[in-house]
Design a protein around this ligand. Structure first.
Ligand code: FE2
Length: 249
């Protein structure tokens, strides 16, 4: 009965079911799928799941096929990866009426390497619209927003955020001044089903609640540079065989 939230309160994403999901396919509920009075599900199960993760790219044949493609290999080469490793994959459901809001964040906060290298491959499985809670992006923010905090396993158990002590921008990135007051302007990213969106790990993005009658299913996986430092503070720890190479060189 683990619910998923990237929101301000993160205590419930510190449980064992979440922390050991890196090499499994597990299901996380929408926070609003439960009655506050009785604690019972208010939706059928297939309309109550927020996301499914985090090892679809190895354990689910169709998602494995959709991840390790020649196109994705060429993209990682073109954007400068030397040894791209797929470290997690998810289906995000954004269910009708209860699909949760995701506050502004940078993916490298959750998948920190030193220096940062995470890139999200985000594939719309349905049209993503304003009504069903499409993503919004702060254009160019990857050049001016350092990764200041990272999501880690806390010593006494559970998870929390801690200051980034290593690099806060990728090595070769041309960095600009931070926006005064930290106020970024977000632009809607409505896209058609089938669209691939690449999300730089420093880019600020968010999405609003889905109050519409339509779901907004997407598939996403993330790559990091295999040659960069990935330490044992990260919430997501590699399986025994290490994170999956996107291709054998
Ligand atoms: Fe994200």
């Amino acid at each position: 009965m683990t619910k998923f939230s990237t929101g301000e309160s993160s205590s419930h994403v510190g449980d064992d079911y979440f922390l050991t999901s890196g090499d499994k396919i597990r299901f996380f509920f929408e926070e609003d799928a439960f009655s506050p009075q009785t604690g019972e599900l208010t939706k059928p199960k297939h309309r109550a799941i927020n996301k499914i993760g985090h090892y679809l790219h190895e354990l689910s044949p169709p998602f494995r096929k959709a991840t390790f493609t020649p196109l994705h290999r060429e993209i990682t080469k073109a954007i400068g990866f030397r040894d791209p490793r797929v470290l997690q994959s998810m289906i995000i459901c954004k269910q009708p009426e209860i699909g949760g809001r995701v506050p502004p964040h940078q993916d490298s906060t959750f998948l920190y390497t030193n220096p940062p290298s995470a890139v999200g491959f985000w594939i719309a499985l349905e049209n993503a619209t304003v009504e069903n809670g499409c993503l919004s992006f702060a254009k160019g923010s990857h050049r001016r927003s350092p990764v200041k905090s990272r999501f880690v396993r806390k010593e006494g158990g559970g998870t929390g955020f801690e200051d980034v002590k290593g690099a806060r921008f990728p090595d070769e990135l041309e960095v600009e001044e931070e926006v005064a007051g930290g106020e970024e302007h977000y632009e809607l990213g409505e896209v058609k089903a089938g669209t691939l969106v690449l999300i730089h790990g420093n880019l600020l993005h968010k999405s609003e609640k889905n109050l519409s009658g339509n779901s907004r299913f997407i598939y996403t996986f993330h790559c990091i540079e295999g040659q960069h430092q990935y330490d044992d503070r990260n919430w997501l720890q590699p399986p025994e065989k290490g994170f999956s190479r996107l291709y054998e060189s």
